[in-house]
Design a protein around this ligand. Structure first.
Ligand SMILES: Nc1nc2c(ncn2[C@@H]2O[C@H](COP(=O)(O)OP(=O)(O)OP(=O)(O)O)[C@@H](O)[C@H]2O)c(=O)[nH]1
Ligand SMILES: [Mg+2]
Length: 328
């Protein structure tokens, strides 16, 4: 039972028809496969679009008074989902319009990443540990361990599940940003990124040139593009020790990184940023637990903002993702 550990499961959501259905399904599997047993409070974070009746609808789908009572909806402060004033809206809009890769996403996606990198900690005051889930994260099999207890007992600060390699264009210059912040961690950083080269005969080269000009207001003159793809823990599920994120040094790094305009002008992911920061600062306090879980991209085809259909699913039903499953 959860009694001694101050912990909460946190889900950020949006009240749209599609997302509400996802949320209901996510909660169903969360209770079925974990929380019916461990009974941790669940905090559902939203931007004010969940009104009384929608909240009632969600809670009505939860079984039994005890489990129902675990659900709390919390409206975010407006400023936690606003673009910082130093971000040039015109550059951002032009950059987003390039849709250079299918997962380039939009402005709100970037604000969501910023929320989970920087602002989530503001909602953790009552807890020592939190688990993040997304409204489309499905826990596909029973978790028979109290993961909060496990983290606490082992004095770990972060528990993840799936490891993945993120897009090097979305995270362009992220390695350089960390190299400047951590000049003596070159070796560690080299292990956290996979390098690749894109030649000028690749169809993305010209699109990148256009993007580079929009963001940097200067021409990109190299014949190829050297990209560094960050290795990351998929953070649609993680469990973390809140105190790590409250440390002054960590808060300082988080603030510098999230203030970097590239965070928005490219599409820096909160998952690689968290992974890198944790790997540099507490490499021995990160752990993994492997149970089958998936987010929607691993279950459904995906239509990008240009209306093209993509499929990033595994080829069979044995794996929940196309990524490394067993390696640490
Ligand atoms: N309130 C709010 N929540 C958001 C917003 N964008 C995303 N979220 C939530 O943040 C979580 C992650 O968003 P997703 O769009 O699923 O991001 P993702 O998992 O990287 O993308 P997919 O691979 O398409 O699932 C989900 O729970 C979303 O509902 C937003 O603009 N506002
Ligand atoms: Mg998702």
């Amino acid at each position: 039972m959860s009694s001694q550990i101050k912990a909460s499961i946190m889900i950020l959501t949006q009240n749209t028809i599609e997302r509400k259905v996802y949320l209901k399904t996510t909660l169903y599997f969360l209770f079925r496969n974990f929380n019916n047993k461990y009974k941790y409070p669940i905090t559902i974070l939203h931007e004010g679009d969940y009104k009384e009746r929608d909240i009632k609808e969600i809670i009505s789908g939860i079984r039994g008074d005890e489990c129902k009572s675990l659900i709390n909806f919390k409206e975010l402060n407006k400023e936690d989902f606003e673009l910082p004033s130093h971000i040039n809206k015109e550059i951002l809009e032009k950059s987003i319009n390039t849709q250079i890769v299918p997962y380039w996403r939009n402005k709100k996606y970037r604000l969501m990443c910023n929320f989970w990198f920087k602002n989530f900690i503001k909602y953790c005051d009552n807890y020592d540990y939190i688990m993040r889930l997304d409204d489309d994260s499905i826990i596909e099999e029973p978790i028979n361990t109290d993961v909060f207890k496990l983290l606490k007992e082992n004095e770990h600060v972060y528990m993840s599940n799936i490891v993945h390699v993120d897009c090097g264009l979305c995270n362009y210059n992220m390695k350089e940003l960390f190299s400047n912040l951590f000049p003596d961690k070159k070796e560690e950083l080299d292990k956290l990124f996979v390098s690749a080269n894109i030649n000028n005969d690749h169809n993305i080269y010209n699109k990148f040139k256009e993007l580079y000009k929009i963001i940097n207001n200067t021409d990109y003159n190299d014949d190829n593009i050297n990209i560094n793809m960050p290795i990351m823990y998929y953070n649609n599920f993680f469990v973390t020790d809140v105190n790590f994120w409250k440390r002054n040094d960590v808060k300082n790094y988080v603030s510098i990184i999230s203030n970097n305009p590239n965070f928005y002008y490219y599409r820096y992911g909160d998952a690689p940023l968290q992974t890198i920061l944790l790997s540099l600062l507490e490499p021995n306090k990160i752990t993994r637990t492997v149970f089958k879980y998936s987010k929607k991209l691993q279950r459904e085809a995906f239509i990008d903002l240009n209306n093209n259909i993509h499929s990033f699913m595994p080829n069979n039903y044995d794996n929940s993702s196309c990524v490394i499953v067993n390696k640490k």
